[in-house]
Ligand binder design. Structure first.
Ligand code: GAF
Length: 381
C-alpha cells in the first residue's frame, strides 16, 4: 500500500514525497466512557492510512484520495468545513496547526489505506493522525504527540461535527506492538499492558452495516451523560463527570436520575469499572474473566446505552454460543461496524464458517472477518 501511495504521488505531482503512516484501532473494552473522562483499553492495529506529502511552492494545497480517485484543492488561508467531505480531515488538522501558531505553506498530499470505512476501526482518526504526523514532519514543527492527539480530536469536532472522545487518535498515536493501552481519559495518560492471549486470537466480524443515525446518536448520548452529571451534582457536588460516581452508588443514582437518563449513566459508570477489572484480568492471564467482561459490556451497550443494532446483537450473541469463544461484543461508537471476538485459535476456521453462514441467513448480508494484531502507533516510514 505504501508503495502504491508513493508512486501515485510521484505520478500526480512529480516529486519525491515524505510518507507518514497511522494505524486504525481496536478497543478491547471501555466503550462510550472516554468523553466522561473514564478508562478505555484500546490498541493500534496493523491496518492503517498512509499519507504522502511534499511542499509545492504554491499558495494552495492539492489533495488526492487514492481509494476514491478524487481530487480537491483548497487555500490554506480560508479554512472552513465542507459538509461530509473527506478533505475536512486535512483542512481540520491544518487549521489546528494554524491556531497553535505554526507556520506552514502550500503542499500536495495523497492518502489511502486498508481500513474498511465504517468498520469501527476508526479510519477517520487514523487519517487525521497520519496527516498531523506528515504536516509536522514536513515543516519540522515541534509538536508533541499529545498535542497531535488533541488536534485530531478537535478537528473531528469542528470539521466533521462528531463530538468524539480522545480514545481513537490517542490509540493511533501511542499504540505499542503486542500491547493494549490502559488509557485514563481524565489525565490523558496511559500504561501499556502486554496482551498475551495465549492460544486465543482476536478477530473482528464486520457486520457491513452502518446505520445512518450514528453521528447524531453519538452526540445525543454525550449530552445525556452531561445532563446526568448536572442532575447528580445536587448530591455529588464534587462530581465533574460520571467518572466521579463510584460504582457502588448505583442505587442512590437511580433514585436521583429521571428514568430515561439512569440506564445511560449506569452504562458509563459500570463500563469504567469493567475496564479496570478487564485490564487486571488480562494482566493476570485470566482470559475467562476477560471474556465474561466483554459479554457484560455488550449487554450494557445494547440494553442500557442503546447504541447497538439487530445485526451487532445477533453477531455478539451467536458468537457467545460457539465452541472456543471466550467473549464477543460490539466495538466502537455502535449502530454498525464490527464485533470484537476472543476465539480459540484452533477454532478460528469453524468460527468464521459458522458466523458467515448464520449471518447471511439471518440478514442476507455477507460478513467480513478481520484478524487483528496489536501494533505500533503513527510513524514516518
Ligand atoms: C467513537 C469515538 F470516536 C470515541 O471517542 C469513543 O467514544 C467511541 O466511539 C466509543 O467508545 O469511536
Amino acid at each position: 500500500m505504501k508503495d502504491k501511495i508513493a508512486n501515485r504521488f510521484k505520478k500526480l505531482f512529480g516529486s519525491e514525497p515524505l510518507i507518514a503512516f497511522a494505524p486504525g484501532r481496536i478497543n478491547l473494552i471501555g466503550e462510550h466512557t472516554d468523553y466522561q473522562e473514564g478508562l478505555v483499553f484500546p490498541a493500534a492495529v496493523e491496518q492503517g492510512i498512509y499519507v504522502a506529502i511534499q511542499k509545492n511552492k504554491l499558495d494552495h494545497c492539492r489533495l488526492y484520495a487514492f481509494d476514491l480517485d478524487e481530487e480537491f484543492d483548497f487555500s490554506p488561508d480560508s479554512l472552513s468545513p465542507k459538509k461530509g467531505h473527506w478533505a475536512n480531515y486535512t483542512m481540520g488538522m491544518l487549521s489546528q496547526f494554524q491556531q497553535a501558531g505554526f507556520q506552514t505553506a502550500g503542499f500536495d498530499l495523497v492518502f489511502g489505506g486498508n481500513i474498511p470505512v465504517g468498520s469501527g476501526l476508526s479510519s477517520s482518526a487514523a487519517l487525521s493522525v497520519a496527516i498531523g504526523t506528515a504536516i509536522s514532519s514536513l515543516f519540522t514543527l515541534t509538536v508533541s504527540k499529545k498535542s497531535l492527539v488533541l488536534y485530531a480530536q478537535k478537528s473531528e469536532h469542528l470539521f466533521a461535527g462528531v463530538k468524539c472522545g480522545i480514545m481513537d487518535p490517542y490509540a493511533s498515536t501511542f499504540g505499542a506492538e503486542g500491547h493494549a493501552l490502559l488509557l485514563d481519559c481524565r489525565t490523558n495518560s496511559h500504561s501499556e499492558v502486554e496482551a498475551d492471549f495465549a492460544h486465543y486470537s482476536l478477530i473482528l466480524v464486520n457486520s457491513n452495516v452502518k446505520h445512518s443515525l450514528a453521528d447524531s446518536a453519538y452526540n445525543k448520548r454525550r449530552e445525556a451523560c452531561e445532563e446526568s452529571v448536572r442532575v447528580l451534582q445536587a448530591n455529588y457536588p464534587e462530581a465533574k463527570t460520571l467518572r466521579d460516581i463510584p460504582v457502588d452508588q448505583l442505587e442512590q443514582v437511580k433514585q436521583l436520575l429521571p428514568a430515561a437518563l439512569f440506564p445511560k449513566a449506569k452504562h458509563v459508570i459500570t463500563e469504567i469499572a469493567r475496564v479496570e477489572s478487564a485490564s487486571k484480568a488480562l494482566h493476570a492471564g485470566d482470559l475467562d474473566m476477560f471474556g465474561t467482561l466483554l459479554k457484560e459490556s455488550h449487554e450494557s451497550l445494547s440494553r442500557d446505552y442503546e447504541v447497538s443494532c439487530p445485526e451487532l446483537d445477533f453477531l455478539a450473541s451467536e458468537s457467545w454460543k460457539l465452541k472456543g469463544v471466550l467473549g464477543s461484543r460490539m466495538m466502537g461508537g455502535g449502530f454498525g461496524g464490527c464485533t470484537i471476538n476472543l476465539v480459540e485459535t484452533a477454532e478460528l476456521a469453524d468460527f468464521q464458517k459458522t458466523m458467515a453462514s448464520i449471518y447471511q441467513q439471518a440478514f442476507n448480508i455477507e460478513a467480513d472477518f478481520i484478524p487483528v494484531k496489536l501494533s505500533q502507533g503513527a510513524q514516518i516510514c
